[in-house]
Design a protein around this ligand. Structure first.
Ligand SMILES: CCC/C=C/C=C/C(=O)SCCNC(=O)CCNC(=O)[C@H](O)C(C)(C)COP(=O)(O)OP(=O)(O)OC[C@H]1O[C@@H](n2cnc3c(N)ncnc32)[C@H](O)[C@@H]1OP(=O)(O)O
Length: 309
């Protein structure tokens, strides 16, 4: 009898192990094609991708490869129907030290071209190319959550302002460092940050002084919406939030992101017109019926099997 019990337990353990193995294999297959040198991509929850800036020994300084891989990664995510929400964080000691200053010397400061105008033309194209590395986050219809621990410097602020939601740990600090390296920020901070923090005076103070903005002040000025005790708690909170969003209709969530960004950049009248035109087709989705029925039956959107998008 005891032998039978042990045998049965062993069989059910084996079953559980096989189920886990299949689960892990499916998860890793889903992210196997996200193979980058400076970004590490994993799937911490169903339908959620975790993109880590992954140059920890260089404090995740953004070199040419990282700027390029951001574009490749987020363009891929845009068309990936298996994933609905993204969390971006930094591996190692901090979120990021900003642009790789060694790399910058070769990439931006030595323009090619036979005369000044041609060199300027070259630099302009380079700047537009660098801007694209964070524009892709905003253009990606899936919500992107930035999870910041420790330092977020220079290009890091440009990056997180292109994200939809910003969370941080208690040890986080933010620094618009560009004036300290002799330049005006040019890849998003000056354009997006004023629309996030709402105070023109604080905005000017931060960009002219390059002082550090600590986590509590980042919360009070609206740069982040939540502060967690440490990195571990923050990532857990970010994955939980991502999972919650991923459980809802992807058509509703992604349509909301596109319309929020459109409304930020246009007058109210144009935004209302845009959403009316948007929803004249999107309201014809099955998701609406399924979600309404679930609500009537007091079920959660988590119980509704929405089609991929
Ligand atoms: C068209 C261009 C658009 C983009 C513009 C963007 C502009 C910006 O991002 S401005 C901001 C530039 N960044 C900085 O000024 C930060 C410089 N770094 C630091 O102040 C410190 O390193 C930091 C506080 C981030 C970390 O200090 P910690 O003591 O923890 O580490 P370190 O020993 O200093 O560094 C460890 C290794 O990382 C390398 N490293 C750090 N930051 C950068 C960087 N920005 N660029 C290149 N490399 C960086 C550092 O050299 C060390 O390397 P190694 O000596 O090989 O160990």
């Amino acid at each position: 009898m005891a032998g039978l019990l042990v045998g049965g337990a062993r069989r059910s353990c084996r079953g559980l192990f096989q189920t886990l193995q299949i689960g892990i294999r499916t998860m890793s297959a889903a992210v196997a094609s996200y193979d980058f040198e400076t970004l590490h991509v994993s799937q911490p929850r169903d339908s959620v991708l975790h993109v880590e800036l992954n140059r920890p020994n260089k404090r995740n300084a953004m070199n040419h490869t990282l700027w390029r891989e951001m574009v490749e990664c987020f363009n891929k995510i845009t068309h990936d129907t298996d994933h609905r929400v993204v969390v971006v964080s930094g591996a190692g000691k901090m979120f990021t030290a900003g642009i790789d200053l060694m790399d910058m010397a070769g990439q931006v400061l030595q323009p090619t071209g036979d005369d000044t105008a041609r060199k300027a033309w070259h630099i302009r194209n380079k700047i537009l190319q660098y801007q694209e590395s964070f524009n892709v986050i905003e253009k990606c219809p899936k919500p992107v959550i930035a999870a910041v621990h420790n330092a977020c410097i220079g290009g890091g602020v440009d990056l997180i302002t292109a994200c939809d939601i910003r969370l941080c740990s208690q040890d986080a600090w933010f620094q618009v460092k560009e004036v300290d390296i002799g330049m005006a920020a040019d890849v998003g901070t000056l354009q997006r940050l004023p629309k996030i923090i709402g105070s023109a005076s604080l905005m000017s103070e931060l960009v002219y002084t390059a002082r550090q903005l600590m986590a509590d002040e980042a919360l009070s000025c609206g740069l982040v919406s939540r502060v967690f005790e440490d990195k571990e708690a923050m990532l857990e909170g970010a994955f939980e939030m991502a999972s919650e969003i991923a459980s809802k209709s992807p058509l509703a969530v992604q349509g909301t992101k596109l319309n929020l960004i459109y409304s930020r950049d246009h007058p109210v009248k144009d935004g209302l017109n845009y959403i009316a035109t948007w929803n004249m087709s999107m309201l014809q989705t099955d998701d609406l019926i399924k979600s309404a029925q679930a609500a009537m039956e007091k079920k959660s959107p988590k119980d509704v099997p929405y089609s991929k998008l």
